[in-house]
Design a protein around this ligand. Structure first.
Ligand SMILES: [Zn+2]
Ligand SMILES: [Zn+2]
Length: 413
């Protein structure tokens, strides 16, 4: 399938004018064989090109490489998205006008970051579809020793060859499903925040995210019923979800309370030292925890409670000295303090209706089990005894309005 991205661009019902760096997304069997055709279609043919691989992918995709003026194969061993490593690679670039990153998530940053620094276009040839970062314009790199999510350029062209992608281990396929099923929660969080706090909301982008969710859910159901994974549908879902981030220049439509579980696992605060898992798996655990929590809340009626900022004591207790400063800083201008908590109570019926669009706990659990996806804390090395607390701790990691964060101004007694 070839996605023409121009239909999302321009004046929108939300009042904004949306733009996209990405002109074309190709998700097809044998796509790399037609690479030159696609480069031509987006006006990049004839530009002096570097193609960047890591050594593993280079060996695995033999026979499917694309033409290059300069080919760079980085050693897979020790490769990570870190500014010093990327800048080292940049020194090798020889009068390059376009960078093609060929590989999984890490190698994308070796295309994205130099393209951004040099002001030249970047093309992605993803070899995996286990998360939705490929079409996004955000990247997660280690800068001066600290992991940061920073704005970055998106690819002008994405060429996903399903002959390569279909070779992914089932664990990664399940992780990819999980990254998209999370939209059940993130979309509800965004809509609630729009209702109670007037946060900017775009129905077109929300629909695109919901569409990605819908096609992934169907593919997951078919897989659960005993079929083979539909890699085309699953990859398209990832691409659409990534585009929502590019359209908004932030991840609101793709990441809510559930995604913070992935950050928690990465940060490893006290008691979470053994937590580990790939992105989609951690997100799956967050999604299932939110599913349970939101349905539980929907059965009750809250009263509004006065906003109290998080205390340094609480933060230090939950995050330890090492992380406390960063969390304190993140919560300095707590979004919870920017509106009247009574708004939540006044709109509770609407909120319950939104929660009811999230599948039931039983339905989600049945699906996760059938596709062998991770969804419980113990699946990612978290003590199940922390199951109730982990959502509230993770909610402090990012100053973004989610229903989990809102629980601090609600009394459900
Ligand atoms: Zn819009
Ligand atoms: Zn994600």
């Amino acid at each position: 399938m070839i996605m023409d991205c121009s239909k999302y661009v321009g004046k929108c019902v939300c009042g904004r004018e949306h733009t996209l760096e990405t002109k074309m997304v190709v998700v097809e069997y044998g796509a790399t064989a037609k690479f030159e055709e696609y480069m031509e279609a987006v006006g990049l043919a004839g530009k002096r090109r570097a193609v960047v691989y890591d050594s593993n992918i280079y060996a695995l995709t033999e026979g499917k490489h694309v033409k290059a003026d300069q080919e760079i194969v980085l050693p897979s061993q020790g490769l990570r998205s870190e500014d010093v490593l990327i800048e080292d690679m940049m020194k090798q670039l020889d009068n390059i006008e376009v960078i093609v990153a060929y590989g999984a998530g890490t190698i994308m940053d070796f295309g994205r970051y130099p393209a951004y620094k040099l002001g030249i276009p970047f093309v992605a040839v993803p070899t995996l579809a286990s998360s939705d970062g490929f079409t996004a314009d955000i990247c997660s790199v280690i800068l001066e020793g600290q992991k940061k999510s920073i704005p970055m350029v998106a690819p002008v062209l994405v060429v996903a060859d399903l002959d390569i992608i279909k070779g992914a281990p089932k664990r990664l396929v399940a992780s990819g499903v999980n990254d998209i099923l999370s939209k059940y929660i993130s979309l509800v969080d965004w809509k609630i925040s729009h209702i109670v706090d007037g946060e900017y909301y775009c129905p077109m982008v929300a629909d695109l995210s919901a569409h990605a969710l819908q096609i992934m859910r169907k593919a997951a159901d078919d897989w659960a019923a005993g079929g083979e994974p539909d890699h085309e549908a699953m990859t398209m879902a990832q691409m659409e979800s990534g585009l929502t981030m590019q359209l908004l220049h932030h991840s609101r439509a793709a990441s809510g309370a559930e995604h913070l579980m992935a950050h928690l696992v990465e940060m490893k605060p006290p008691r979470f030292e053994n937590a580990e898992g790939i992105h989609g798996e951690c997100v799956g655990v967050g999604t299932f925890a939110c599913c349970k929590e939101y349905h539980r809340l929907a059965k009750k009626t809250p009263k509004a409670k006065k906003f109290e900022p998080l205390t340094r004591e609480w933060i230090t207790e939950k995050f330890g000295e090492r992380l406390a400063d960063g969390i304190v800083k993140e919560n300095e201008n707590d979004v919870l303090g920017t509106f009247d908590p009574q708004n939540i109570v006044d709109h509770w019926d609407e909120i319950v209706e939104l929660i009811n669009t999230i599948p039931s706990v039983e339905e989600m659990e049945g699906l996760y089990k059938a596709i062998n996806a991770k969804y419980l804390p113990e699946h990612i090395g978290i003590d199940p005894a922390l199951g109730d607390e982990m959502l509230h701790i993770s909610a402090a990691i990012r100053n973004r309005l989610t229903l989990v964060r809102m629980e601090r101004v609600l009394d459900f007694e």
